[in-house]
Design a protein around this ligand. Structure first.
Ligand code: SF4
Ligand code: SF4
Length: 131
């Protein structure tokens, strides 16, 4: 499994809604695997989430510059290095801590179209992540 750094935050907040039906099916599988203890390799570009995204144009996101900014900020704040292997459990406390501060969360990905939904999920947190 390959994951770009800002998708660690997205997986923590994912509740089944995404860019298309095929995106949602793929993301639901990935989120279930990672929340159940699966491991992933951090990557610096398109990942297994992007693989089924309609915004992925030949391996590059339509908003690549924006998402690279999100990746850079998330990687720095979570201490994630491309090429290294992690579990969601290892990073979720840091991710939750980061997103507990709306301003800090907005500094990573406040210009994302899903930001409002993510804030609702965070404010009503129920998802459990296993070791
Ligand atoms: S919007 Fe871009 S970064 Fe996000 S999943 Fe789609 S292709 Fe990947
Ligand atoms: S606001 Fe967007 S980029 Fe940020 S965690 Fe939510 S879905 Fe992911």
């Amino acid at each position: 499994m390959r994951l770009r750094p800002h998708h660690i935050l997205c997986i923590c907040n994912y509740t089944g809604r995404g860019y298309s039906k095929s995106f949602e099916e793929n993301m639901s599988k990935i989120a279930a695997m990672l929340r159940d203890g699966g491991r992933f390799t951090a990557v610096s570009g398109a990942d297994d989430v992007c693989a089924a995204c309609p915004n992925n144009k030949g391996g590059t996101c339509e908003t690549e510059e924006k998402v690279r900014r999100c990746d850079k900020a998330a990687a720095e704040l979570l201490g994630v290095t491309p090429g290294a292997v992690y579990s969601l459990y290892e990073l979720s406390a840091g991710a939750e801590n980061l997103m507990s501060d709306e301003t800090a969360h907005a500094a990573v990905c406040g210009d994302c179209e899903w930001f409002g939904l993510c804030r609702e999920v965070i404010n009503n947190r129920k998802i459990k992540i296993k070791k």
